[in-house]
Ligand binder design. Structure first.
Ligand code: ADP
Length: 471
């Protein structure tokens, strides 16, 4: 029996578990299941035909063949299970080939005990050829078709010549046609051409399907490789980002305490506690302190940012009542405003009841403080800043709106970038590190929230942060 592999199966000795091989194993077990169905049908047909159609059948030999089929199907099932675990392509295709050959022999035996070549079920050989085309290579399918014709010819000839007995289908066809050479040859010719044509048609279709299958397998392997590359690149980026943020964190940390000490010393000098400071020196001192404050702000923002990026990893997440949090943050700001310039009015509109999100309280306070301080900073004297909170469906939306300088359309896309400041903000003379919104975005990301901004230059800006509501 030929055991050539079909399609692009590997040759002996190569790794067994190709996609084609796995498919072939599955189809073999499908064939075993199909055979149980065929055995059942044979038994029912043999039982029914003499009783209902009054056709004489050699019942016991036919049951015997059905029994033989059942025995070898059980064995094939057992062998198939072992084979699935160990064997490579040539063994599995050889196994499939042997099964189909056995089936052809079984069908010939069934036909022999039921009228031989006169039995109209001769055409059932075609099913085996279709199955062969699904399981095997094109060449193997033609070989199986040839085996079927050889078996049929042998049976027809041996019965016609009286070398083996003929079991007529009495009651259906008892005309002795099996002995007439014209009938035997005609049937063999018709069946033979039918089998070869079926082999041709079925293998054409299945080989095209196999080619497609192979293309899909190749494509999905290529896609998988891309996905692996991407996830590796993503991992590398994440590591890099982690290292960068660690580095910034450390630098900021180390800068902060000496700078704070310097600032305290300068404050002591500025307050005149070390002796009177000449006016000119005082001016220089004030400028030095202002610049120092900028560096301190930067160090603080860098620390806050790296903390914000860690929130995702922090375990201390809990339900947070955003309305209470918003009221408290706005209150603190209102107090500092009333003691300071007092030119910007603060409005707060949050529900009295709890509006909960799951998160980290300190980070959420930082998020709101950043939005609020920006809104106040970029407001014009006499402007109003409002903070509102609303629950819509399964989202909680926190909005901070101002009537300030607004954001130029060309800068809008970049305001969340690190250190980015819009041109009008820089020109306004208001100091800033350009890290506030980066912090806001990092905290929002860590909470599964989205930040949206609406702004009209010269008229005002609204930031909306949409959180998933706590369940
Ligand atoms: P900064 O320290 O400069 O305020 P942020 O990261 O907080 O940095 O904001 C980035 C930029 O976004 C600001 O420089 C400013 O151009 C713009 N921006 C943020 N909030 C507002 C606002 N409420 N009104 C106008 N512009 C804003």
């Amino acid at each position: 029996m030929e055991s050539a592999s079909h399609g692009n199966q590997p040759t002996e000795g190569t790794a067994p578990a190709t996609v084609e091989l796995v498919e072939l194993r599955e189809r073999i077990s499908w064939l075993v299941r199909l055979r149980w169905l065929a055995i059942g049908s044979v038994i029912v047909t043999v039982w029914v035909t003499p009783r209902i159609f009054r056709v004489h059948l050699e019942v016991y030999p036919l049951y015997g063949v059905a029994g033989g089929l059942a025995v070898y199907n059980s064995l094939l099932w057992l062998v198939g299970r072992r084979l699935a675990a160990v064997s490579g392509a040539p063994v599995v295709t050889g196994f499939a080939n042997s099964q189909i050959a056995l089936d052809l022999i079984a069908l010939t035996a069934l036909l022999h005990f039921a009228g031989g070549i006169e039995n109209p079920f001769v055409c059932y050989f075609v099913f085996h050829i279709v199955i062969a085309s699904i399981l095997l290579s094109r060449a193997a399918t033609y070989l199986q078709a040839s085996l079927a014709i050889a078996l049929l010819s042998a049976m027809g000839t041996l019965e016609a010549t009286g070398s083996i007995p003929h079991y007529p289908l009495l009651g259906f066809m008892d005309s002795g046609l099996y002995r007439r050479p014209v009938y035997v040859l005609g049937t063999l010719f018709a069946t033979g051409t039918m089998l070869y044509i079926s082999a041709f048609m079925a293998t054409s279709i299945t080989s095209r399907l196999r080619r497609r299958e192979a293309e899909i397998v190749q494509l999905s392997a290529a896609l998988q490789a891309r996905a692996d590359d991407l996830s590796q690149a993503y991992e590398a980026l994440r590591r890099l980002e982690g290292a960068r943020s660690d580095y910034l964190n450390r630098v900021a940390h180390h800068l902060r305490s000496p700078l704070a000490t310097v600032e305290r010393m300068l404050a002591v000098i500025a307050e005149g506690r070390t002796g009177e400071v000449p006016e000119k020196s005082m001016e220089m001192l004030d400028r030095a302190r202002a610049r120092l404050q900028e560096v301190l702000d930067l160090a603080r923002d860098l620390l806050v940012l790296s903390r914000a990026r860690e929130v995702r990893r922090l375990a201390d997440r809990q339900p947070v009542d955003l309305s209470a949090l918003a009221r408290s943050v706005v209150n603190d700001f209102a107090q500092s405003l009333s003691t300071g310039a007092g030119e910007v009015s603060l409005l707060v509109s949050v529900p009295d009841s709890d509006v909960q999100v799951v998160g980290n309280t300190d980070s959420l306070v930082e998020l709101l403080e950043n939005l609020l301080s920006n809104a106040i900073k970029y407001s014009r004297p006499g402007g109003t800043v409002s903070v509102s909170l609303a629950r819509t469906g399964d989202r909680v939306v926190l909005a901070v709106a101002d009537q300030g300088i607004g954001i130029p359309p060309e800068d809008k896309a970049r305001i969340f970038d690190e250190f980015y400041r819009a041109t009008n903000a820089k020109e306004s003379g208001k100091e800033g590190t350009g890290l506030g919104l980066t912090i806001v975005k990092a905290i929002a990301d860590a909470h599964g929230a989205q930040v949206a901004v609406e702004s009209e230059q010269g008229r005002g800006t609204t930031f909306r942060v949409s959180f998933p509501a706590a369940p």
